[in-house]
Design a protein around this ligand. Sequence first.
Ligand code: AMP
Length: 430
Amino acid sequence: MNYNKKSVEDIDVAGKKVLVRCDFNVPVKDGVITDDKRIVGAMKTIEYLVAQGAKVILCSHMGRPHNVLDAELKLDKKEKKKIAELPAEEQEAATAAALEKGKKDITKLSLKIVADDLTKKGIPVTLAADVIGPDAQAKAAALKNGEVMLLENVRFHAAEEKNDPDFAKALASLAEIYVNDAFGTAHRAHGSTAGVADYLPAVCGYLIQKEIDVMGKALEDPKRPFVAILGGAKVSDKIGVIQNLIEKVDTLIIGGGMAYTFFRAFGNSIGTSLCEEDKLDLARELVEKARAKGVNFLLPVDNVIAREYKEDSTFMRIYSDSIPDGWMGLDIGEKTQELYSKSICGAGTVVWNGPMGVSEWENFAGGTRAVAKAVAESGAISIIGGGDSAAAVEQLGYADKMTHISTGGGASLEFLEGIELPGIACLLDK
Ligand code: AMP
């Protein structure tokens, strides 16, 4: 995989119309943005383009709009088929209901709230009423150097997620240069994340550039020892990452629910802990492979176990070889925390994805907290995958101590698996 991609600084943008794919998929409650991190994160690239005198056309998705709509509020094929299967007398009402739902989504998932927020933050933004329609075209054509506009939610078009070439072409026709700065959707080959690059010179913005630089470097030329910490619920979700990282790391630390599939694979009793019976052979293979490669493969030595999968369940600490029937492991124990912290403490590079236990519940959050602290204090180049581990790090106030917190959960996982992300592969090589 080539991580050496051209960025906004490698292309002349002055006076050019530049289409920038951002990730403005922010959480909104009662008409208020509850977390504006993604908007703040996008500003560096936008401000650079404005300072260079580009004509900036921003675009993004927000949420999952009801898939029946086009900007013109038509039903898509799937929805039409569903309605056609209904008794004739019900079809009219079903069509009306689907269109009505579509209209609501258009209001609820409009990017107006983002345009207003950017304007409040000091970047005046005009919102187009559509994505590739007449209003977008007119507003894009009228843009002056240094001005910024935002297209409506690209997912108002079903063609976006289908990566329909006609849609991508129409979107590209608004601009002369394409900048992808939405890492969170870079693992998806959609019209605005990859398709447009077939028609425009494509480069990355600062957000994607940092993701590629830090994570790419860790995979290609890590400062050693290289320690990977993988947790979360299931082995099956992390197989690709484990397989790719086994080839590269010095130490692989396993925590979370997935640890119990490994225990079971080696004949330990695990009570009612999470276990993927169909992954036992694979778990053995992974441990064998780690051994053959000389990778230090660490599993919990003790656990916090609970009677029930409940926040207020009775719990106790126990060694890994003696989990009794009727109890389930919901976190790593204190001895394991110490052991893992020691390994992390001497690391040159740490990559972490997935909590060490059910960190949403206080009684089972200790392991994740201890690991977050160890990573923060390690002095290592620290890379946190999105999702629960990122949330834990932020909650505990360690975010500033990390080298990089990825802005994409799914995308960072695929990146660490060594998969080429369409939204990055489509960019020009340096
Ligand atoms: P993932 O999305 O795969 O990273 O998994 C995150 C989820 O794993 C969180 O919701 C945790 O509650 C859950 N989890 C972590 N450890 C355990 C465990 N020992 N048993 C059950 N669920 C767990």
